[in-house]
Every structure is written in structure tokens, then in C-alpha cells.
Design a protein. Structure first.
Length: 168
């Protein structure tokens, strides 16, 4: 009985929220842009960093209002670049600075807070603010495991019998 209760408690404790999150990016300075990236959209990893296709937002100079955003690793200059989605040959903004992301796949996250960036091969200066929007949403399997754990704890407690002894 105790083993069942311990297993149920461990199962409930092992449940953790999913890592997918939405991040708001706001760039100010010599060029201003604003966009959101949902890490559940599974950005594409490349040898240079991380690419996210078809990002909607405010990209001045874009003919479509949609850009392909590439985040570079520290070894490739860091920072990020936005290409006009209507014509991938046109770079709307290219920056360098620290690497702005870590992890990959379900554990992908971005460096929250304000970061100073410079224009790639230029003199422009920028400030990029990255903020998580809303809380992470637990995955369906996490919810199922948590509910199952609570059910097992309830079943174990209900089956527990208390022996009553009377003084003679």
C-alpha cells in the first residue's frame, strides 16, 4: 500500500510544464521592429544558428509584413537578421551581439531582458527587448500524468484501513 502511494506521489511530482512559450521581440534604435515567436512552432536549426520562417510583425521596409528571422550563434557573430519574406534576398536588419537563444527543440528559450546590439558591418546601434508572453502551458501528457497521480493518491488513501483497538 505504501509503495502504491509513494509511486503516485512521485508520478505527480514528476509532472512539469511544457517548455513551449511565446516571446515578444521589440527592437528600437536606428531601426525599429516588433514581432512574436512561438517556440512551439519548432524553429529550424542550422549550422549558423536558428531560423524561424514566416514571422508576422512590424518590419518597416517589408513588402509583406512577414519576415524570416535568423538568430546566430556566438561563434557566428550572435545577434539576428530579418529577411523580407516576399524577397529573401532583401535583408531588413542584420545585427551582431550576444547569442540570443539557448537549447533546441522543446527546450528552446530566448535570452529575456534588454540587450544592446550593433549593425552587422555598419554603425547602427539597437536595443532589443525580449519578454516571455504568458505562462508556459503544460502539455497534454503532463496533465494526464498529474491527474493520474492524484487519482492514485486518492485511491491509496481511500483503501487505507485504520485498526481500532479497545483497552481491556
Amino acid at each position: 500500500m505504501k509503495a502504491l502511494m509513494i509511486a503516485a506521489l512521485l508520478g505527480a511530482a514528476a509532472a512539469a510544464p511544457g517548455q513551449a512559450a511565446v516571446f515578444q521581440f521589440t527592437l528600437t534604435g536606428d531601426y525599429s521592429a516588433s514581432f512574436r515567436i512561438d517556440t512551439a512552432a519548432v524553429p529550424v536549426g542550422t549550422e549558423l544558428g536558428l531560423g524561424v520562417n514566416g514571422v508576422s510583425g512590424s518590419f518597416p521596409g517589408s513588402t509583406a509584413g512577414v519576415g524570416d528571422v535568423f538568430f546566430y550563434t556566438a561563434g557566428n557573430g550572435g545577434g539576428f537578421e530579418v529577411l523580407d519574406n516576399a524577397d529573401n534576398a532583401v535583408s531588413l536588419i542584420a545585427t551582431e551581439g550576444p547569442q540570443l537563444f539557448s537549447g533546441a527543440g522543446a527546450s528552446l528559450t530566448f535570452r529575456e531582458g534588454t540587450t544592446a546590439l550593433t549593425q552587422y558591418l555598419g554603425t547602427g546601434r539597437y536595443s532589443l527587448n525580449i519578454a516571455a508572453v504568458g505562462a508556459a502551458v503544460p502539455e497534454t501528457a503532463t496533465w494526464a500524468m498529474m491527474i493520474g497521480g492524484f487519482g492514485m493518491v486518492g485511491a491509496a488513501m481511500r483503501r487505507r484501513r485504520t485498526a481500532v483497538r479497545y483497552a481491556a
